[in-house]
Design a protein around this ligand. Structure first.
Ligand code: SF4
Ligand code: SF4
Length: 193
């Protein structure tokens, strides 16, 4: 398969693409922006509501919120562009989310094997697919293992969170604080009321 990023920015402007996030992305974003958890929730993060059929299409877990199931993603402007896109360039490039690092590819680990594919939306909008050189399998596997391990860890954390919140759904800022603490220090996920 051939791929070369042509830096067209289509993936950063697509209204229909949700840039899903992991707990480690939240840390990267907090460090890149200097924002605390409340500022992140207000300015950067969005909980996109999803039903079970939508959830099955996503490689990321959902989280219970007081409005129902949702996936955590980056905020978009009204025209569909990412809040970090400036002059068609990513303003947080070294700290960009794992989804952005792997696009247009997706990865998962099944029975100990790394599986990769092309993101469904990428087939419609990514101009770089089929261009340039053959993809270097070794580099692809390297980023793939990292991404898949991070997403697997995030699945584990969200399932802990689901168990911890069985008796009710706490406020979203609390979840973000917990994710940050957990990711930084491995602190146990508990819920205080
Ligand atoms: S849509 Fe494809 S070619 Fe364009 S910036 Fe995104 S990854 Fe690169
Ligand atoms: S974080 Fe950067 S790379 Fe990712 S969608 Fe936003 S502008 Fe594009």
């Amino acid at each position: 398969m051939k791929f070369e990023c042509l830096k067209c920015g289509s993936c950063c402007r697509d209204k229909r693409t949700i840039v899903t996030l992991t707990h480690r992305d939240i840390i990267r974003l907090a460090e890149a922006t200097g924002m605390n958890e409340k500022e992140l929730v207000r300015n950067i993060l969005v909980f996109y509501q999803c039903d079970e059929s939508a959830e099955r299409l996503l490689a990321f877990p959902s989280i219970e919120t007081y409005r129902g199931k949702a996936v955590l993603g980056l905020r978009k402007r009204e025209d569909g562009s990412c809040v970090f896109l400036n002059n068609n360039l990513c303003s947080i490039y070294p700290s960009r989310p794992i989804t952005c690092r792997t696009f247009p590819f997706t990865f998962s680990i099944q029975d100990g094997w790394l599986r990769y594919g092309v993101a469904t939306r990428a087939k419609d909008l990514c101009l770089g697919l089929g261009k340039g050189r053959e993809v270097d399998e070794k580099s692809l596997a390297e980023i793939g293992w990292k991404a898949a391990a991070e997403i697997k860890e995030y699945f584990r954390i969200t399932s802990l969170w689901k168990r911890a919140t069985q008796s009710g759904v706490p406020a979203i800022p609390e979840l973000i604080i917990k994710l940050l603490l957990y990711s930084r220090s491995g602190e146990k996920l508990t819920v205080t009321r």
